[in-house]
Design a protein around this ligand. Structure first.
Ligand SMILES: NC(=O)c1ccc[n+]([C@@H]2O[C@H](COP(=O)([O-])OP(=O)(O)OC[C@H]3O[C@@H](n4cnc5c(N)ncnc54)[C@H](O)[C@@H]3O)[C@@H](O)[C@H]2O)c1
Length: 248
């Protein structure tokens, strides 16, 4: 299982760390940041790069200068200052994790990181980055991109709202019913695992009540959202059947 990650920041660095912990045989073969990209078909040293990110923020150029350049071509890792060209590389999985929503585009006017006819061969894209834009032009560009990448090339796309659904669900719960002040973990307890666990146990019944209220309110909210989305989808398809991301 090979992975390339566009943007080695909070999302990209932690994604690579967690991937290594959970699937040790997985190989992160390419990463990029604002200064360029690193590629090693045998797998990059994720722990080392994670440490560089923690200490210095940007990692690709630093790793090149400190580790690759002294050994020259003998070093198995290649570096390029063109960060976008990471998306030319083949991998099982591509993770967009840079603050860019149009990582792939069909036309040069889409101003994407890479054109779909030049992208590497991937089986799946896992969107760590937020890729949604309400701008109608961006939405049309996104649909064009999906029609080719998913509809024609058959690359599965796990959308941002699915990948980040844990955060989205938590934010939605807060939006529907805010956590009351008496159920917010006191600041002075943060960092003290034992104290927090005891505090949570002591407030167990109140949390159970809050979660029941949120479930009822959430189900009602969901019905309204589904209704609204279905109307929007039907209107969209009625206006242009080509908007379907794939042909059955
Ligand atoms: N931090 C979060 O909790 C979180 C959660 C979900 C989604 N997101 C989304 O993920 C994306 C990244 O967020 P983050 O918190 O990791 O940001 P970050 O600033 O920590 O990291 C972004 C990384 O992308 C790199 N980058 C910027 N432009 C690039 C380019 N053109 N090509 C390659 N790399 C580039 C930067 O150098 C940096 O390494 C954003 O879209 C953000 O909205 C963040």
């Amino acid at each position: 299982l090979t992975v390339i990650i566009q943007g080695f920041g909070a999302v990209g660095a932690h994604a690579s760390r967690i991937l290594k912990e959970r699937i040790p045989e997985a190989k992160v073969i390419g990463i990029s940041d604002l200064e360029g990209y690193l590629y090693n078909e045998n797998g990059l040293t994720v722990e080392e790069l994670f440490g560089l990110w923690k200490n210095f923020g940007l990692v690709t150029n630093k790793y090149f200068k400190d580790k690759v350049a002294p050994e020259g071509y003998k070093h198995p890792t290649k570096f390029s200052t063109n960060a976008n060209n990471l998306l030319l590389e083949n991998a099982f999985c591509m993770v967009p994790a840079a603050p860019i929503f149009n990582y792939l585009g069909v036309r040069s006017s889409d101003e994407a990181s890479m054109l779909v006819d030049r992208m590497g061969k991937w089986a799946v894209i896992i969107e760590g980055a937020n890729t949604y834009s309400p701008d109608p032009n961006r939405r049309a560009a996104r649909t064009r991109m999906e029609q080719i990448v998913y509809g024609e090339k058959g690359v599965m796309i796990a959308n941002d709202y699915l990948v980040n659904s844990g955060g989205v669900i938590f934010a939605a719960q807060e939006h529907i019913i805010k956590t009351p002040e008496n159920l917010q973990i006191p600041d002075e307890m943060l960092g003290n695992r034992e104290a927090v666990e005891k505090w949570l146990k002591d407030h167990e019944d109140d949390f159970a009540k809050l979660s029941k209220q949120r479930l009822i309110a959430g189900e009602e909210y969901r019905e309204n959202v589904i209704h609204r989305n279905m109307i929007e989808l039907v209107d969209l398809l009625a206006s242009n059947p080509d908007m379907l991301p794939c042909t059955a």
